[in-house]
Design a protein around this ligand. Sequence first.
Ligand SMILES: NC(=O)c1ccc[n+]([C@@H]2O[C@H](COP(=O)([O-])OP(=O)(O)OC[C@H]3O[C@@H](n4cnc5c(N)ncnc54)[C@H](OP(=O)(O)O)[C@@H]3O)[C@@H](O)[C@H]2O)c1
Length: 180
Amino acid sequence: MAIQRRVSLFIATSLDGYIADNEGGISFLKLVEAAGEDYGYAEFSNTADTVVLGRKTWDTLQSMGVENPYQDKEVFVISRSGAGKQGSVTITPQDPAELVKQLKNLQGKGIYVDGGAEVVNSLLREKLIDHMVISVIPVILGGGVRLFGEENPQQSLKLLQSKAFPSGLVQMEYAVEHTV
Ligand SMILES: NC(=O)c1ccc[n+]([C@@H]2O[C@H](COP(=O)([O-])OP(=O)(O)OC[C@H]3O[C@@H](n4cnc5c(N)ncnc54)[C@H](OP(=O)(O)O)[C@@H]3O)[C@@H](O)[C@H]2O)c1
C-alpha cells in the first residue's frame, strides 16, 4: 500500500480546553505573542501543502483582514452552504472525513487541519488525525468553543516532544497511534 500523507493538527487551546472564547474570539492568543517567536509554526507549515478548515475558522481569518494566510497551499474550506473555487481556495460542502480520505491518497506533503472544533472532531471520530501539535495558552477562558468533543473513539497518543516557552505557553507534539 502506498504511504499516505500525514494529517496534522496545529492548534492552540486555553488550559481549560477552549480554542475560542464565548464570542468566537481568539484574542487570548495575544497573551503569548512575543517578538520573533512563532512557536514552531513556520517549520510546521513547511511540512504541509494542503490546509483543511471549517467555514467559521475561515470567517475568523477574513474578519482579521487576512484574505488567505495560506498563499503557498491548496486550501479547502468546508461549508454546507457553499461551493466554488477561487485561486487555490476551494469551498466545498463535502464531509470533512470524506475529503481528507481523498486527499490522503493523493501525492503531496502533509495535510494541515487548521480547525475549528467541528472539523477536528469530525476527523477524530473517523481516526483520521495522525499527528497533533497542541499549544496550551496559560489562561482559563471558562467557556467557548471546546477543542475536543465527547464522542471521539479512544486513541492512544505517543508524546514526541514537549516544550515550555518563556511566555508560559506549553506545547505538546503527539503521534496518534491508530492501532488502539
Ligand atoms: N485557537 C486556535 O488555534 C484556533 C484554530 C482554529 C479555529 N479557532 C477558532 O474556532 C472557532 C471555529 O470553530 P468551530 O468548531 O465553531 O467551527 P469550524 O469547524 O471552524 O467551522 C464550522 C463550519 O464548518 C462547516 N462544516 C463543519 N462540518 C461540516 C460537515 N460535516 N459538512 C459540511 N460542512 C461542515 C459548517 O459551515 P457552514 O455553517 O458554512 O455550513 C460549519 O458551520 C473560531 O472562533 C476560530 O477562530 C481557533
